[in-house]
Design a protein around this ligand. Sequence first.
Ligand SMILES: *Cc1c(COP(=O)(O)O)cnc(C)c1O
Length: 287
Amino acid sequence: MLELSFEPPVHKFVSTHFDHAKIDVFIKREDLIHPFVSGNKWRKLKYVLEDARQKGMLHLVSFGGAYSNHLVALACAGARYGFKTSAYVRGEPVKNHMLNLCTTYGMELIFTDRESYKNKWQLFENRFDKNTAYFIDEGGKGNLAQKGCAEMISNITGFSHVCCAIGTGTTFAGIVNGLKKNTIAEGFCVLKNAEAINQEIEQMIHNKTICRIIHHHFHFGGYAKSNEIISDFIRKSATEQGILFDQVYTAKMMLGIIHLAQQGHYPKGSRILAIHTGGLLGLLSQL
Ligand SMILES: *Cc1c(COP(=O)(O)O)cnc(C)c1O
């Protein structure tokens, strides 16, 4: 089903901050995988869709906010592989370019008030038949998603650190589980006051020999909060290097890496691989 038509390339990212710290930073261009099933959402869905197909399911049902990269990815991938798709969208009915894409790919949107939204299984069972409809958790999180994410770094060697942004932490846990010894995994949490996520992530990690660090100081005010520093960084890296980052996840990771490099956090000679997890559709509402 979801087969990669090419292995996403690795591009060097140039910055005077990295020159001063005597480190090299490279970007794994997972954002190039697909325009709408971008980056880690593609990786997260790969085995989920396979599982649904094997179980003979016809209908994929999931959950997300009104700007969910996961829902767009699911709508697009579901349509490609012949599944019906439905999504519970948190909050009042709204229209935006992301949800328009979802409906263009045939996804049914069910707007759900914030209180009812909390009980996802209840919502699912009230409306769908468990024998034909397949439950996919918010953001696509779960073991199968993690397994797909581990493949992001399966062909990668020669790096001292691998970095990614953290939402649910599924991608980070998958990367840790896929890493070989002596590479340090660093995650950059984009949620505020989310220290409790460390425990959830630990439970997903079985490759305990990997050194792992989760940074909680680079959320820039909280989920989807942005500011001038972020938009300046996005504009500068797009203009000067032709690499676009999104304001919710990947720009915050990059600014985190830059800040840490300035603080001398990375030893001289470090070779850092930052995973560009995609999410660029979300940028279109901000430019
Ligand atoms: C969803 C998303 C993430 C977060 O992934 P998790 O597995 O939930 O931690 C990171 N980057 C982008 C671009 C995303 O869309």
